[in-house]
Design a protein around this ligand. Sequence first.
Ligand SMILES: [Zn+2]
Length: 103
Amino acid sequence: MPLPRNRSRKYRVRVRKNVRGSRTVYKLTREFRASCAICKKNLAGIGTGSHTQKSVSRAFGGNLCHSCSERVIIDVVRVREKIKNLEDVDLSRRAYVQKLLKQ
Ligand SMILES: [Zn+2]
């Protein structure tokens, strides 16, 4: 079992089993795990390497997951077409909708 201070899931954990006999070692890497700003799910496609390997080239690519950015884009279109009011957009997504509406 890792030490209590090392049980945070902020950093990636690599487990090595059977180190010199039967000891299990939990090694923490200082690799940052990017997560969605709304639903806190881990972001896919964010890695290490060149610039294009580090981020997703989409609106809110390194910030929001695919399902949250889909909801934001749907809300932007509905607000632009006056099907929906900006006040009716969910409060967690409203700042992102306003940011896309300015463009
Ligand atoms: Zn999300």
